[in-house]
Design a protein around this ligand. Structure first.
Ligand code: TXE
Length: 495
């Protein structure tokens, strides 16, 4: 077996391994074999990372740096990521199974977040308050929170990390990153670029290992001010609970069961492509997956057949190959979870129109693949329509009219994203008003930008990432009162 590539943590600006000397294998989802290893850290390592971040926040060059200088560092980091895009993309593909074509594009876009928030760093302004007390000069300042713990998932490690890092650093916080135990390598590789960009020691630290072992130590640590989490809703709820107990700031980006709604008046060619990109891109392992395809009854059969025909042409294969369109599932437990949901759907009486199993091609045998799978005749009451599968499994649900579509769309514990396909501007705006979700796409799907706020309604989360206001999630307001009058009046009376 080829030698495993070793990645190291960064703590206080230095390379750091686990204090117990343990290592954790990182698996390649296409070969089903380990390809790298990362430190298997424990609570002591988590404490050391928080101490380093806290030290950098309270004293040292970062604490004294101007916002303009911070912004320059962020922009330089963005440039370095662009320079190393291909290298980072290859690591992500080996570790995660995402397509090289998608990752190369993603890594060319990620620098935009660092450029944008780098630009925003010195535009964080307070205000002067015209209070009703003329003898007072009163102003506000926007200040960083302190140490931010960023807990990231395995499905899009670098992109979802970027959404946290860029605003948190622009606001002046320091960071401890806890990447997913399944996909830590790209995050650790990124650390060298922080050093090269000139970030002071301790501003960004990493600690790798299992969430169940070190997650709570990080979330409940007295020196941690905020937790920014992306992951499943059950883990998110546990993190929220622990953070509440210790009064931390929290943002949560959790799962979804997003409705992608096709009306009979839509351009059906475009809508079919939108349905495919909604569920089979990234093998359905995205929080925004349009996993419930709602189709108006009059075009239900036609759309179902065309979506199936299109999905049949999808090329499964090595994610490093340019021609591959659908890669493996990132983790073995997730592959088994997806297959389990396929059994659930069959048991509930949904009609399997495509896939429903592991592919038979021998060249895919070692990888954790699931065939693109489509179920028809799904009712919104079935578990396959209610629970997040997080894989290439589409449920097609018929609806009668606008009102019915809105009822089905909103009948979910989630509210992350949604799609509407129609040629009527009135209908597009009405649907956008009525759908309870943080994102509504009209005649498109899966568009995100550093400029546009992203986040969930209901159980899909708390807070927003990207866009100007994302920086507010990493700031707190201080109000300063300066008495301009001579003397202090009656000390027993509120002023
Ligand atoms: O995620 P977890 P899992 C959904 C998806 C998937 C399911 C489970 O449906 O099937 O979640 O995936 C860390 N304290 N999403 O189990 O557990 C963990 O180490 C603190 C949707 O892999 O949520 C990892 O770094 N942290 C999602 C991170 O939490 C803890 C993306 C996410 O892992 C912890 C991924 C603890 N007690 C999965 N336990 C999305 N919104 O995009 C675990 N972690």
């Amino acid at each position: 077996m080829a030698e495993l590539v070793r990645f190291h943590n960064t703590v206080g600006g230095r390379e750091s391994d686990s204090s117990t000397g343990r290592w954790l294998a990182s698996m390649n989802p296409f070969t089903g074999e380990p390809w790298a290893e990362v430190p298997h850290c424990g609570v002591d390592d988590a404490d050391a990372a928080v101490d380093a971040a806290h030290g950098a926040f309270v004293k040292g060059p970062w604490a004294d740096m101007t916002a303009t200088a911070r912004g320059k560092l962020l922009r330089r980091l963005g440039d370095l990521i662009a320079r190393d895009a291909d290298k980072l993309a290859a690591i992500e593909v080996s570790d995660n199974g995402k397509l090289l074509a998608e990752m190369a594009g993603q890594l060319r876009y990620i620098p935009e977040w660092f450029h944008y928030f780098g630009g925003l760093a010195d535009k964080i302004e307070g205000g002067v308050i015209p209070t009703d007390k003329p003898e007072m000069f009163t102003y506000t300042k926007r200040e960083p929170l302190g140490v931010v713990v960023a807990i990231t998932p395995w499905n899009s490690p670098l992109l979802l990390l970027t959404w946290k890092l860029a605003p948190a650093l622009a606001a002046g916080n320091t960071i401890v990153i806890k990447p997913s135990e399944f996909t830590s390598c790209s995050t650790l590789a990124l650390m060298a670029l922080f050093k090269e960009a000139g970030f002071p020691e301790g501003v960004v630290n990493t600690v790798t290992g299992f969430g169940g072992e070190i997650g709570n130590a990080l979330v409940s640590h007295p020196k941690v001010a905020k937790v920014a989490f992306t992951g499943g809703d059950a883990t998110g709820a546990a993190v929220y609970q622990s953070a509440a107990k210790h009064i931390k700031h929290v943002t949560l980006e959790l799962g979804g069961k997003s409705p992608n709604i096709i009306f009979a008046d839509a351009n059906i060619d475009d809508a079919v492509k939108g349905a495919i990109s909604g569920i089979f891109a990234a093998s359905g392992q995205t929080c925004i997956a349009g996993s419930r395809l709602l189709v108006q009854r009059s075009v239900y059969e036609e759309v179902s057949q065309r979506v199936v025909a299109f999905a049949k042409t999808a090329r499964l294969g090595d994610p490093m190959e340019k021609t591959t369109q659908v890669g493996p599932i990132t983790t073995l437990p997730q592959r088994d979870k997806v297959l389990g949901y396929i059994d659930v759907a069959r048991g509930e009486g949904a009609r399997c129109l495509l896939g429903g199993k592991r592919p038979e091609a021998p060249e895919l045998a070692k990888g954790w693949f699931v065939e693109p799978t489509i179920f028809g005749d799904v009712s919104n009451e079935m578990r396959i329509a209610r629970e997040e599968v997080f894989g290439p499994v589409l449920s097609i649900i018929p609806f009668e009219d606008e009102q019915h579509a809105i009822e089905i769309a909103n009948d979910s514990i989630y509210g992350l994203a949604s799609g509407v396909w129609t040629s009527s501007i009135r209908r597009a705006i009405t649907m956008a008003d009525k759908i309870r979700a943080g994102t509504v796409w009209v005649n498109t799907y899966r568009a995100v930008s550093f400029l546009a706020p992203f986040g969930g309604y209901k159980k899909s989360g708390v807070g927003r990432e990207s866009g100007q206001h994302a920086i507010d999630e990493y700031l707190q307001t201080k109000c300063v009162w300066i008495n301009l009058a001579e003397g202090v009046p009656d000390p027993f009376v509120l002023r």
